[in-house]
Structure formats: structure tokens, C-alpha cells
Write a protein that binds this ligand. Structure first.
Ligand code: DC
Length: 226
């Protein structure tokens, strides 16, 4: 079945872990939409353009071709034919992505890429506006959140594991700044859809969180997921 499952929420709440596990269980693909904004940020950075300059960023969009490919079961974003890999995962690219994501032309540019993939495949899609804008008719909508401290701790451990040098305090400060940008922007702010089920993952283990959301999804899909 071509299910559409939307998982929105702030960074570090566990969206990608839960989304990947659900996609595997249901035999559908996992789409990380934040990676698309990060790839736009990477291109903007490569041209030394200020990511807050809406007109300058919009002028670069015709030069950007993005493609999502699935390699060994995981998503890879290709920017003008080149794999972006871990270059989009740095704290700097998190801030670039957040800045460019507030620009309406960037959101419009990425809309079709996201809707096309959901039209052709069953998807578990994670992001900030999936349940509100991209897939308003999704079969299941989850808004996954957690306390700032808990999210910053998870993100800090993740970055450290990747060998990136940073401190917990810096991660927490960056995260709060980004949450503020993402939830107060005028286009598609990061908010829960009115029909989303909100889950707070603070204090939950990965397994508990996956089990909890898996149960909500199974109940919503009923017999259709069998
Ligand atoms: O999920 P992430 O941390 O990789 O996302 C990076 C930034 O992209 C995030 O700060 C906000 C933006 N974003 C968005 O505006 N809409 C989405 N659907 C996904 C991400």
C-alpha cells in the first residue's frame, strides 16, 4: 500500500530513528526532507551567498538540481549530480538549512520534489511541515517532540560520534536558535498539524519511542497495514 506517514517536530526529537524503523516495518521508503534544505544550504555556502538574503538565494535556485537516491537502503541527496554525504550534516549546515528554509522561494522549489516522491511510493516522511503543507492528507500524522535539554544531549552525542568537535552548550544554544527561526517564520512554520498525534520522547529510550509510535500507526492504519 502507498501509505503516507508524516512525522514532524524539532531536531533531536528522534524523528529520523523512528521514521526509519517504521519505514522498514511497513516496507515503504523513508524520506528525510531536512536533507533537501541542507543541500540547498550547501550550494548557497559554496557560492559565498548570505543564506538570509532571500533575493540572492532565490536567484541561485535555477542552478540547483536535487535528486534523492536510495543506496543500500539509505537516502542520499545528489546536488548537481554529486552525492552530498556528510557535508550536509555539520552544525554550520544546520544553520544554513534553517536560514534558507525561511525563504518562500526555497520552500516552493522543494515542494514538488517532496510531493512527487510521495505520489510514486509509500513514504514515512520527516520534516517540519509535512503534515501541515506537504502531505495534508497523510494517513497518519505524528508530532514528535522532547525537552530542549534532552534533544541537545542526543544531538551532541550524535555529532561527537561522527567525530565533530563541539560542546553540549553550543549544541543547545544552536538548537534553541534554530527552533526559534523554524517555528516563527512566516511560511510553513514548524508547528503540529491540528490532526497530528503529539508524542513527547523525553526520557524514552529509542525502543520505547519506536514501540509507542508504531502502536499509534498500527491503530490508525488498522487492517490496511497487514
Ligand atoms: O531536520 P533537519 O534538522 O535536517 O532540518 C534542517 C533545517 O531545515 C531545519 O532547521 C528546518 C528546515 N526544514 C524545514 O523547514 N522543513 C522541513 N520539512 C525540513 C527541514
Amino acid at each position: 500500500m502507498n501509505f503516507q506517514i508524516a512525522i514532524d517536530g524539532p531536531s533531536g526529537a528522534g524523528k529520523s530513528t523512528v521514521a526509519k524503523a517504521l519505514a522498514k516495518r511497513l516496507g515503504i521508503i523513508y524520506v528525510d526532507t531536512g536533507a533537501l534544505y541542507r543541500a540547498v544550504g550547501l550550494f548557497v555556502r559554496s557560492r559565498n551567498v548570505d543564506p538570509h538574503d532571500a533575493a540572492a538565494v532565490a536567484a541561485l535556485l535555477p542552478e540547483i538540481a536535487l535528486e534523492l537516491r536510495y543506496e543500500n537502503g539509505s537516502q542520499q541527496v545528489y546536488l548537481n549530480g554529486e552525492a552530498t554525504g556528510d557535508r550536509i550534516r555539520t552544525p554550520e549546515m544546520s544553520m544554513y538549512a534553517s536560514a534558507v528554509s525561511a525563504i518562500p522561494a526555497v520552500r516552493a522549489f522543494l515542494l514538488d520534489t517532496q510531493r512527487d516522491i510521495a505520489a510514486k511510493n509509500g513514504v514515512v516522511m520527516d520534516g517540519r511541515d509535512i503534515g501541515t503543507v506537504i502531505l495534508p492528507n497523510a494517513d497518519v500524522k505524528i508530532y514528535l517532540t522532547a525537552s530542549d535539554e534532552c534533544r541537545a544531549k542526543r544531538r551532541f552525542l550524535e555529532l561527537r560520534e561522527k567525530g565533530m568537535e563541539t560542546t553540549y552548550e553550543d549544541v543547545l544554544a544552536d538548537m534553541r536558535r534554530r527552533d526559534h527561526n523554524d517555528s516563527t517564520r512566516t511560511v510553513a512554520p514548524a508547528v503540529a498539524a491540528p490532526d497530528a498525534v503529539t508524542v513527547d520522547s523525553s526520557g524514552m529510550s529509542v525502543e520505547e519511542c519506536v514501540a509507542r509510535i508504531g502502536k499509534i500507526v498500527a491503530e490508525k492504519l488498522g487492517n490496511r497495514s497487514k
